[in-house]
Design a protein around this ligand. Sequence first.
Ligand code: 3BY
Ligand code: FES
Ligand code: FE
Length: 423
Amino acid sequence: MTTTAGPAAPTDEVRDLVARRVPGHTLEAPFYTSEAVYEADLSAVWSRTWLFVAHEAEVREPGDFVTVDVGPSSVIVLRDDDGVVRGLRNVCRHRGARVLTEREGSVGNLVCGYHRWTYAVDGSLLHAGDQAPDFDKGCWSLRQVHVRLVAGLVFVCLAADPPDDVDDLVATVSPYLLPHALHRTKVAAQVDLVEEANWKLVMENNRECYHCEGSHPELTCTFFPTWGIAPDRVPPRLRVAHERYLAAEAALERTCDERGLPYAEVEALEAERRTAFRVQREALDGAGESYTTDGSLAVRRLLGDLDVPRLGRASVHTQPNGWYHALSDHVVTFSVLPLGPTRTLVRTTWLVHEDAVEGEDYDVDALTLVWRVTNEQDSALVARAQAGVTDPGYVPGPYAPSERQVETFTAWYVARMQEHLAP
Ligand code: 3BY
Ligand code: FES
Ligand code: FE
């Protein structure tokens, strides 16, 4: 009797794809389209690394919660009665029902809507009706999810043993963000945008500004489109803007030096780091104060104890799913969450001083305009990329020098897949 090998197991297919990856080039199509790769991504990346999912400002008081879906997993982020921000698996320990079905809210206890098992906000089981006398409530707490806070940003990790290099992220990035006092902010607006593309296309798109000049007229009123271009490679048509950038940078550095604010670029993006990140404070164009079409403030009340509006942007990138800009008058953050092989949620949040008054100190439409339209533009671009990489005619193409951070992202992703798939 002879046997023939059956179709390759999805893992073998994914392993071959990862092994074939050519550095400096976009990924092969299945990375953006296939269910098997998406499943591997959920295991290799989304279940193992630190993810940006919320802000402390969303859970200001004990009992405040938000629920966040990471692929098939739902996490409750909440503040317990001791003021500690916790992560809990949103899965009842009785028969597995979702405990909370709302996106956000405030609770005294967590009550599962199925058979009313009741948990304290620290996850411990308080009450389960009609049980045998030897039932031990102590064994059936909600499962905890690891949480780390970075100056008011909430990161979670679904792994039992999360990467400890998150300590570098906390230590390095916090000094850049602390002056913006995220602890004393409130959410002025939050917008969820569902993009028709694989999550990696969404991230790759964010890691370059090669497309900014032609695609983002509102953003490039203040965001210098030379981002990512080496000074000696700035094309002639952008030289005037680059001169303005250099002058604005020199002024910003003086302002920061006088106030002890860090601004130097720190890159910790090596593929071996599971918690890879980048931070820098950079100048903005125009008035240099905020993301508005003339660069002037969008919010009259400055954050924290900041005493000067012209502070540019303290910008942070974290792998695999976040980017953030802290300005003198607001903070805007972006959390990318996978919905499926070809659908991705981009959640944008604008934070302002907790005492800023809507209608007096700021107008929500004006505050959110630049990134609302920029996100829409990016959404169209990544949908267009998704359509192209799904075409049988697609073959991987080369990254340009100014797409260095795209390569960094892709190399980081490939390293996570290699770790996961290692025999
Ligand atoms: O880091 C960012 O948010 C920017 C926006 C445009 C390109 N990217 C580098
Ligand atoms: Fe939650 Fe039964 S599944 S109480
Ligand atoms: Fe863009």
